[in-house]
Design a protein around this ligand. Sequence first.
Ligand code: SF4
Ligand code: SF4
Length: 244
Amino acid sequence: SHMGTYYAAWMATKGKAICTTDIGCYTLGLNLPSKMADYLLCMGSSVGTAGAMSMCSGLPVIAFIGDSTFFHGGIHGLVSAVYNKHKFVYVILDNSTTAMTGHQPHPGIGITGLGVKNEPVLIEKVLEGCGVKKVIVVDPYDIKSTIQAFKDALAYDGLAAIVSRHPCALNETREKKKKGLLVPYVVDRTKCKKCAICTDKFACPAISLDKENYAVVSEALCVGCGMCSQVCPSHAFVKKEVKM
Ligand code: SF4
Ligand code: SF4
């Protein structure tokens, strides 16, 4: 799901924003083609460094942080940023788990570390409680809405937050496979124009180009999210036909 968020951020800014990031699986956004990470100091630093950069750079600034890191270290810097009237976009990449260290629960999930059910702490409510006036919740699998969310947040005169929420692909894929609901995507070669947008701008790890520069999908890696079908201008990605 982070690919969708990063692609949308890139589309909304054309790469002309300063991006701070934090520690988690989403730190991989620093790699090509997203390059959505210019600065990482330590855990919880994304929001504080974004505030400082927004004051002195004159450029749009986006801070990325994961949901578990937000609860761990992303709130105290937020309070300071709101109080000091910093202007940037704070993006919480909410995949409802702590993916990088082994899927431990956190307060946003509704289950404690000892496995006891509890009322989840909603990230959007925490943001509002800290004084953020513009909070947008979006599903990054919906690329068009996510691009619009970034445009709206960047246009806001103050600190705007985007909660980009979709369950971790690892967890979701496991569940879908168990239930036989995973339908991978394939490329219709008659529609593929070899433009390489899907590999050079979006870069799902399941997509590559073959020797003739047509896009191909690795069925073993595809999680059936459908984001590629929204990114391809030629509508070349289609669901694989499942034989009944
Ligand atoms: S974006 Fe679409 S048309 Fe372009 S290479 Fe990928 S599948 Fe082909
Ligand atoms: S190839 Fe599969 S995993 Fe990659 S974007 Fe398309 S549907 Fe999602």
